[in-house]
Design a binder for this molecule. Structure first.
Ligand SMILES: *[C@@H]1O[C@H](CO)[C@@H](O)[C@H](O)[C@H]1NC(C)=O
Ligand SMILES: *[C@@H]1O[C@H](CO)[C@@H](O)[C@H](O)[C@H]1NC(C)=O
Ligand SMILES: *[C@@H]1O[C@H](CO)[C@@H](O)[C@H](O)[C@H]1NC(C)=O
Ligand SMILES: *[C@@H]1O[C@H](CO)[C@@H](O)[C@H](O)[C@H]1NC(C)=O
Ligand SMILES: *[C@@H]1O[C@H](CO)[C@@H](O)[C@H](O)[C@H]1NC(C)=O
Ligand SMILES: *[C@@H]1O[C@H](CO)[C@@H](O)[C@H](O)[C@H]1NC(C)=O
Ligand SMILES: *[C@@H]1O[C@H](CO)[C@@H](O)[C@H](O)[C@H]1NC(C)=O
Ligand SMILES: *[C@@H]1O[C@H](CO)[C@@H](O)[C@H](O)[C@H]1NC(C)=O
Ligand SMILES: *[C@@H]1O[C@H](CO)[C@@H](O)[C@H](O)[C@H]1NC(C)=O
Ligand SMILES: *[C@@H]1O[C@H](CO)[C@@H](O)[C@H](O)[C@H]1NC(C)=O
Ligand SMILES: *[C@@H]1O[C@H](CO)[C@@H](O)[C@H](O)[C@H]1NC(C)=O
Ligand SMILES: *[C@@H]1O[C@H](CO)[C@@H](O)[C@H](O)[C@H]1NC(C)=O
Length: 727
């Protein structure tokens, strides 16, 4: 009504043509009962019966399903709607819900006859439009000496209740003391309830006369301790509990349904089809419309201007089809001040908008922060003082990296970009900006960063902090200036890399991995050990990096695939078979890094012949054919140190064992490399025997610390032999 009125005011001379268009529609709507076919009752007793439901066959929709509702009067009382014997209390078109009263199943001891009486309860909604809602219902059992179970579709579920001496049921708590509840599975159309006869109340009937089982709408149930020792439960609900149902028009999907225009049910204008997750479809009015989408012209425009609580408008409200507009009152200041008033108004609106957007942004940031486990991190940090880990704001990092300037990029990986940055004016950092990771991973992010932040090892790149308030988290690491080991070996032609430097890098990397495996709690498996993940500082000291990705990664198939792509040539063959990342996977990859150091060759050479593609295969072939010499890097190969190199090669070979169990642990490897370094650091050629002996004593000591019972290294003998042959 108001719509027409405002139109009169606003449209002036157009007023005459409007009633001509609008009146017939209005008149037609008037003699059609709302939401029902013409001539069909829209109510049964107190309950609305909207189409497609109907009383009698000609009023109900005919699809594969039966939408017929029985409207019965029992015992002269007022009419009530029923479906297959159950009383219907709600049928709703707008949300596709329905509600019915279902019998409570009872199991009561009758002292006069000395028998136990059962009233079963079941429901069967097969071949009907209704499903039992899994979200809105649960199964409850009340009793003290009972085993109640329920067949739901083809599955059984149930619980046993036995009251102990000191049992005390608590109001509102249904978890084993006199009451138990079970979730309802989804996709349910059938249930039947049973009580096991070996449990009954014959011994306790004076205090516990009955056991009950019911399917009940979750919001309608609140356990009361008196339910256990009385019939109050049954009486309160008058023997029936409300059951929440979902309904659909037919089992077809929207696309299928739309193909047959004669049977497609969403016939009202301004209506749409919605597919249900369980299958099938139902209809809805478009936004801004309400009414019944299943009848012609059933969806009517909502006059938002009549309801200024749901649709607030502090001005002139004007209804439109499917919406409304809200314009300001023609206030006096605007009339007088003219354009100035308008400008002030625009500014006010604009600043209000900016403030709102800012708030929204703030809100979003906080949400990301929470998603990434920021709160968890804060909590943890409060309890563990002394973590030198900082949470950076997005602004700080933008400033540090000159707004993520291209020129600041240090490297790009499959998972993100690393920028060089300066924080607090002079501290160099590397900011890693990850590509989007999925929601599940985000939640675990904070916790895993906490683990990383606690790692403090001189050969592991230090995580200084992170930024959690952006959609994708950013990590801030200490800046390591001299590129990666990969770059040193493969990207830097002609430059001498001494054997000592190589040994140092190998040893330090091994120490770092050993620390991750044995000292971190819980142990951390790097998962992506390769020369390009070993950074080098100004002294060419190794800093293992990029272990964040491996911890984030679950061991599922998707990760399996990406890893194969990402680190071809380093991958543990056992991991490829089992998909299970272990410490020994890192050992295998480390073995490949050792090979790179020994041979200066890349782990995979795509241009080589089939047999030579993989460095590890080439290496193992060479080792087995006693041709190690051929594959070693010319730079370090030397008549006097072949035995020594053989020793390193032997270690690499052990790392590359097919079975993880046969590979040494990272701790053992680090110990061995340490020994080898110590041997190197002594001036061999000039050494005389007594000094050598004292040196050996030292090795034995080092090794006894390192050797865990499983493996047996005979390093000293080999070193001496290498030494002797070298002489
Ligand atoms: C029928 O109505 C009478 C009187 O109103 C009542 O006493 C009786 O219990 C009712 N019977 C049923 C089955 O509801
Ligand atoms: C509920 O139980 C009564 C008997 O107590 C029975 O007559 C009625 O059919 C049952 N209702 C349903 C829906 O099973
Ligand atoms: C109650 O259960 C016991 C077994 O637990 C059985 O021996 C007895 O007959 C049952 N009594 C009744 C009335 O069902
Ligand atoms: C249960 O619900 C989930 C998600 O809503 C769905 O993927 C699954 O198919 C449903 N199961 C049945 C039996 O309907
Ligand atoms: C429990 O039921 C008794 C009896 O019906 C009632 O007096 C009491 O208020 C109920 N308590 C709660 C917490 O609902
Ligand atoms: C039933 O149990 C409730 C709560 O445990 C208690 O308050 C009440 O006195 C009991 N009633 C009888 C009759 O035992
Ligand atoms: C379309 O639906 C009508 C009514 O259900 C049915 O009679 C007809 O066979 C259907 N047409 C097709 C092509 O499926
Ligand atoms: C709508 O708002 C006006 C003032 O803006 C108020 O007087 C009136 O009571 C409101 N109407 C409703 C239905 O809330
Ligand atoms: C990207 O991250 C996933 C796990 O988050 C990891 O498995 C994969 O190896 C990474 N890819 C690259 C190229 O680093
Ligand atoms: C480290 O890199 C700097 C330049 O960034 C270079 O001057 C220096 O020689 C490098 N140090 C080593 C040991 O390679
Ligand atoms: C490099 O080595 C020198 C001498 O041992 C030392 O003073 C310096 O701190 C080292 N630099 C780094 C970055 O470790
Ligand atoms: C062999 O290596 C030693 C030290 O590693 C070096 O002094 C010697 O010159 C090398 N000999 C050759 C032939 O490269």
């Amino acid at each position: 009504m108001k719509l027409r009125y405002s139109c009169l005011l606003l449209c002036g001379h157009l007023v005459l043509c409007f009633p001509a268009i609008w009146m017939p529609a209005a008149a037609k709507a008037a003699d059609e009962p709302s939401g029902q076919r013409p001539g069909c009752p829209s109510k049964c007793g107190e309950v609305d019966i909207p189409f497609p439901f109907g009383i009698g066959p000609q009023c109900a929709m005919q699809t594969f399903y039966d939408f017929k509702i029985d409207c019965l009067s029992s015992n002269g009382s007022s009419n009530k709607p029923f479906f297959r014997g159950a009383e219907v209390t709600k049928l709703s078109v707008s949300d596709g819900k329905a509600s019915m009263n279902m019998n409570i199943s009872t199991y009561c001891y009758d002292s006069s006859s000395g028998t136990t009486k059962t009233r079963g309860a079941s429901a069967d909604f097969s071949d009907s439009p209704y499903w039992i809602s899994d979200k809105d219902n649960k199964v409850v059992v009340i009793g003290c000496q009972t085993l109640a179970y329920m067949q739901i579709n083809f599955a059984l579920t149930g619980c046993v209740l036995q009251c102990t001496e000191d049992f005390s049921p608590m109001n509102g708590v249904c978890s084993g003391a006199g009451c138990c509840e079970l979730d309802f599975p989804n996709g349910t159309w059938y249930y039947n309830s049973y009580f096991n006869e070996n449990y009954n109340n014959s011994q306790i009937w004076k205090t516990n006369p009955c056991s009950y089982m019911a399917v009940i709408e979750t919001t309608a149930f609140n356990f009361n301790a008196t339910y256990v020792n009385s019939t109050i439960f049954y009486d309160t609900y008058k023997g029936v509990t409300p059951l929440a149902l979902d309904w659909i028009i037919s089992m077809e999907s929207c696309d299928e349904a739309k193909r047959n225009t004669t049977s497609y049910a969403c016939i009202s204008g301004n209506s749409k089809c919605v597919s249900e997750p369980k299958g099938g479809y139902r209809c809805m009015c478009n936004d801004g419309y309400e009414g019944n989408p299943y009848i012609k012209d059933g969806c009517k425009d909502i006059d938002e201007c009549l309801d200024n609580t749901t649709y607030p408008c502090n001005g002139i409200c004007k209804n439109t089809m499917g919406g409304f507009t809200c314009s300001c009152y023609p206030g006096s200041s605007m009339m007088d001040g003219g354009s100035i008033g308008l400008v002030v108004f625009v500014i006010a609106i604009a600043s209000a908008w900016i403030i709102r957007e800012r708030r929204k942004l703030q809100h979003i940031k906080q949400q990301y922060f929470r998603q990434h486990g920021g709160l968890l991190l804060f909590e943890e940090m409060k309890s563990q003082q002394g973590i030198s880990f900082k949470i950076f704001s997005e602004e700080e990092l933008q400033q540090a990296t000159n707004k993520f300037n291209e020129q600041q990029i240090l490297g790009r990986g499959g998972n993100g970009t690393v920028y060089k940055g300066l924080v607090k004016g002079n501290i160099e950092v590397a900011v890693k900006r990850c590509m989007t990771i999925d929601d599940k991973k985000k939640k675990e992010f904070g916790k895993e960063m906490l683990i990383l932040s606690q790692i403090n090892h001189k050969n592991i790149v230090k995580l200084l902090g992170c930024c959690l308030e952006v959609e994708v988290p950013m990590l801030v690491y200490e800046f390591i200036p001299n590129n990666t080991l990969f770059h040193l070996i493969h990207g830097n032609h002609g430059r001498q890399i001494t054997l000592d430097t190589r040994l140092q890098i190998a040893h330090e990397s091994a120490e770092a991995l050993s620390y991750l495996h044995s000292c971190a709690s819980p142990p951390i498996f790097h998962g992506d050990v390769k020369s390009s993940n070993i950074l080098l500082d100004a002294n060419l000291s190794a800093k293992v990096s990029d272990f964040g990705a491996s911890i984030l990664a679950p061991t599922d198939e998707s990760q399996f695939v990406t890893l194969v792509q990402g680190t071809c040539g380093y991958l543990d063959p056992e991991y490829m078979r089992t998909c299970q990342l272990t410490d020994k996977s890192d050992v295998y990859s480390f073995g490949v890094v050792l090979l790179e150091l020994l041979t200066c060759k890349k782990p995979i050479n795509l241009f080589a012949s089939e047999h030579e593609k993989s460095l590890s295969v080439r290496f193992l072939t060479a080792m087995n054919g006693n041709k190690l010499e051929e594959i070693l890097d010319e730079q370090i190969k030397n008549d006097s140190n072949l035995g020594f190199l053989q020793e390193i090669a032997e270690l690499a070979k052990q790392c590359l064992e097919m079975s993880g169990a046969n590979r040494p642990s990272m701790k053992e490897i680090a110990g061995k490399l340490d020994t080898l370094r110590k041997v190197r650091q002594h001036p061999w050629e000039e050494q005389n025997l007594p000094e050598l002996e004292s040196l050996l004593g030292e090795h034995v000591m080092v090794n006894s610390q390192v050797m865990s019972s499983t493996r047996n290294f005979s390093i000293e003998e080999n070193v001496i032999m290498g030494l002797k042959s070298g002489r």
